[in-house]
Ligand binder design. Structure first.
Ligand SMILES: [Zn+2]
Ligand SMILES: [Zn+2]
Length: 290
């Protein structure tokens, strides 16, 4: 059963601003695609325009639902060690347990203290500056699906934006490149405060989001398939790689093959994140992890 965090909003101002920006820009681009781009691309002049308009509206809404749902999952789900009941006798004699001087308690293997969250995080991956929380064992599934759907959404939006934006440009000028590269500067300094410049900003931000989420998705897939964290990869340790199927279940839960359908589908994790199997304990690929 997933537990929710006690405090959801980030304590640091820069993270609060970043989170506010994320929750502004995602719906803003969604509304832009549905209210401006799609009606212009499918303007009813061609046969089946109406059908394609509704088709892409429904598909876009489904992708948006998964982006936002998984983002909320990342932020809400508690992946700290706070609520663990630790058997100190067992922990002190088990490998990997270590004393955290900040929490003043024993911390499980693969968990590390986060100074921003002010707690130890189970299988700590990293602290995310955009959501103001750590990515760890319990919320990794949401983070991974958020990246996957964000990548899909930004490819989808970039395709339509490209078509729409350049169809609005009657004659190409080099200033158009400047409008895409520095859209915010042009907006904030009042050089051009038209809606067209705002659309250039959306066009630019979807392309940046596409590259950013694509790189992160590749990186996190690589880590999940080998059951590693970024820290372990930097250190060159890979003790918990127990085969791809075992690793995927460890990262995304027992119903890993269904979670892409809906962020609210339950996918129980195979264990509590405090006792980790090593490769020699799972000799055969595909051995079921209990
Ligand atoms: Zn700690
Ligand atoms: Zn953190």
């Amino acid at each position: 059963m997933l537990r929710f965090r006690d405090r959801v909003l980030p304590k640091i101002l820069s993270e609060l601003v970043a989170l506010g920006f994320v929750f502004f820009i995602i719906p803003a681009i969604y509304i832009f695609e549905l209210a401006v781009v799609l009606p212009a691309v499918y303007d009813g002049k061609k046969e089946f325009d109406k059908f394609w308009f509704y088709f892409h509206s429904v598909c876009g809404t489904y992708v948006m639902f998964n982006v936002v749902g998984n983002l909320i999952g990342v932020i809400l789900v508690d992946t700290s060690v706070k609520h663990l009941i630790v058997d100190t006798k067992m922990a002190s004699s088990s490998a990997g347990w270590h004393y955290c001087s900040f929490c003043e308690t024993l911390s499980p293997p693969r968990s590390w203290h986060c100074s921003q969250c002010n707690t130890c995080i189970l299988k700590r991956e990293h602290h995310c500056g955009f959501t103001g929380c750590c990515i760890g064992y319990n919320n990794f599934r949401f983070f991974y699906l958020f990246l996957a759907y964000l990548f899909l959404a930004t490819i989808y939006a970039t395709y339509f934006n490209h078509y729409y934006i350049w169809s609005q440009v009657i004659e190409f000028e080099w200033s158009h490149i400047l409008r895409i590269v520095m859209p915010l500067t042009i907006l904030f300094f009042g050089i051009d405060t038209s809606f067209t410049q705002l659309y250039f900003f959306y066009y630019s931000i979807t392309m940046i989001g596409c590259c950013f989420s694509g790189v992160l998705l590749y990186q996190q897939s690589n880590l999940a398939f080998f059951n590693q964290t970024s820290w372990e990869r930097d250190k060159g340790t890979n003790d918990h790689d127990c085969g791809v199927m075992h690793n995927i279940r460890d990262a995304l839960g027992r119903r890993w093959h269904l979670i892409w359908l809906c962020p609210f589908l339950q996918s129980p994790l195979p264990h509590k994140g405090i006792k980790w199997m090593t490769r020699d304990q799972v000799p055969l690929e595909g051995t079921k992890n209990k």
